[in-house]
Design a protein around this ligand. Structure first.
Ligand code: FAD
Length: 523
């Protein structure tokens, strides 16, 4: 029952606060939570589920998991904590695809957004048109991007900015930024939101946008779940293409690779016909397979010659681009790609292309996931490190990290992504943190490890961060994992002050998303 669960919260909190400097008092049982008792669960299986994430390295045990069947349930839950003399921590859990406990709430309550998704199946994604902003979709924060894609395609429309993998929730990616190969042109997903319904840390239900409650709107986008639970987001839509021309070319010279990437992202008007729709890049090394779970692309018959090129150069850099097209533009797409790639310095003869449907392209990671799942390899630890690196320092990063740390340690398994983005597609008022330069790179070490050796990867990640600090490389973590407030202050830099002020304004009792350890080191 509710009483039982709140008693557990009390006891676990008392035990965990013994000896610590800041203590929270024993919570009183808020009476208004009474009728929600059947929606709180604390059986071992449920608690175990909420104390795990995709990273599978951090395990924080909540006192209970809350299964909301409406937005109002979440309002009531947050209000009861906020109004209690002894508030308890609350974390929304989307798909739990974080890697270091960001959606966990030790001794608190985890809100399983999946329950809401089941309850609101099919009713929480709706497409409309507004004379000022054009087509948009209103979507529940608990919904998966794959479902948003399918629902909007029924209207011949789709969002323009994606993540590489679509089985993530809208609330989860908007709490970070949501980046992929479209970001250079359309900005991250947070740049494509018109409006949101948010339940703040005071339990208030607020509709916010650029026109109303602007501070909350900016705070929540990229806000790591610190200011409120996203109940609904209004996302921009455009006519969806039917097909995608998808190309990969290989480089042995990093400086030529990045020069070409930068040239290609400089053509980035949203309506510009001659711009690419997607640009990414990745490393190919002997430690990893030539094709990986993120996408199988290179024909098997070509693996030997790619492998011998890797032996010769140690690391190859793969540029990946895509151009969307429709039936009426089919005859032009080859020509357009040809023009765009003219003069690029890739290795002659190492050009690969595919023609796929738009859905196949956007959902390209799914088949790799299902394969790994069937082999029991999706559940392994994932000691990921994701960084944003200023353009002016990416060559130093290549020599110090790719060519030195990574090769010396010789443990890298999993994709390593490297691709640039344009700062002017981001809104600096939002909470998301990016480098100061106009162009910056995202570098993603998407490691999979064994249960017994993830610490070696963790040590490599720390060595990379230390190298950046020592070399003066102004790296910012994306999907950040910091464990002290000092590190978070450094992370936010000039934005820390407003981040703190916004926290005091929207979640003054420091209830929400404790797993990031920004405000919750001591309890
Ligand atoms: P969770 O991990 O459940 O939650 C993340 C954070 O958001 C937590 O702090 C949580 O409390 C908070 N939160 C969850 N729901 C809400 C809500 N409704 N309102 C407010 N806060 C909420 N990211 C990219 O940007 N680009 C990629 O291409 C990309 N690819 C990925 C591929 C894989 C295989 C995986 C595992 C992750 C990938 N990610 C990528 C990272 C992903 O965007 C983040 O981990 C994201 O948080 C996961 O969403 P989730 O629904 O699982 O969120």
């Amino acid at each position: 029952s509710t009483y039982f669960i709140l008693l557990i919260i009390t006891i676990t909190r008392l035990i965990s606060t013994v000896g610590k400097t800041e203590q929270r008092k024993t919570p009183l049982i808020p009476p208004e939570l009474g009728n929600l008792s059947q929606k709180l669960q604390n059986d071992p299986e449920t608690i175990k589920m909420a104390s795990r994430d995709y990273g599978n390295m951090v395990h924080e045990f909540p006192a209970a998991v809350f299964n909301p069947s409406s937005i109002n349930d979440i309002v009531t839950l947050i209000k009861s904590s906020y109004n209690s003399p002894t508030p308890f921590n609350i974390a929304a859990r989307g798909q739990g695809h974080s890697t270091s406990g960001q959606a966990m709430a030790r001794d608190g309550v985890v809100v399983d957004m999946g329950s809401l998704r089941k309850q609101r199946n099919g009713v929480a994604i709706s497409v409309s048109k507004d004379p000022l902003i054009g087509y948009y979709v209103d979507v529940g924060g608990e919904q998966l991007w794959i479902d948003v894609l399918h629902a909007t395609l029924e209207h011949g429309l789709a969002p323009v900015s994606w993540t590489d993998y679509l089985y993530l929730t809208v609330g989860g990616t908007l709490s970070n930024a949501g980046i992929s190969g479209q970001s250079f042109r359309y900005g991250p997903q947070i740049s494509n939101v018109h409006e949101m319904d948010v339940i703040t840390g005071k339990g208030e239900f607020v509709t916010c946008s650029l026109q109303k409650h602007l501070e909350l709107f900016h705070a929540v986008l990229g806000g790591l779940g610190q200011f409120g639970v996203i109940a609904r987001a209004r996302i921009a839509l455009e006519p969806a293409p039917k097909r995608v021309k998808w190309v990969r070319v290989l480089y042995s010279d990093f400086s030529a690779f990045t020069k070409d990437q930068e040239r290609l992202i400089s053509i980035n008007g949203r309506k510009q016909e001659n711009a690419l729709d997607f640009l990414e890049g990745m490393l190919l090394m002997h430690q990893g397979p030539i094709n990986n779970w993120r996408s199988s692309f290179f024909p098997l018959s070509d693996h030997p010659r790619i492998a011998s090129l890797i032996t010769k150069h140690t690391i190859l850099y793969c540029l990946e681009v895509a151009k969307y097209y429709d039936h009426h533009s089919e005859k032009y797409v080859d020509k357009e790609i040809q023009v765009l790639l003219q003069g690029l310095a890739y290795i002659p003869g190492f050009y690969y292309e595919k023609n796929v449907s738009y859905v196949e392209f956007l959902n390209r990671v799914r088949s790799g996931e299902l394969k790994l799942q069937s082999q029991g390899l999706w559940e392994v630890p994932h000691p990921w490190l994701n960084l944003f690196i200023p353009k002016s320092q990416i060559l130093d990063f290549n020599s110090g990290v790719f060519k030195d740390i990574i090769l010396k340690r010789n443990i890298t398994t999993g994709p390593v992504l490297v691709y640039p983005m344009n700062r002017n597609k981001w809104d600096d008022m939002m909470s998301a943190c990016i480098p100061e330069e106009e162009v910056f790179y995202t570098v993603g070490f998407l490691h999979s490890s064994g249960f017994d050796n993830w610490k070696a990867y963790d040590a490599q990640n720390r060595e990379i961060m230390k190298f950046c600090r020592d070399a003066g490389i102004k790296a910012k973590q994306y999907l950040s994992n910091h464990s002290t407030q000092e590190d978070w202050k450094n992370h936010f830099g000039t934005k820390w002050r407003s981040f703190l002020e916004r926290k005091h304004q929207f979640d003054p009792r420091m209830i929400l998303s404790p797993g990031h350890k920004i405000f919750h080191n001591n309890h």
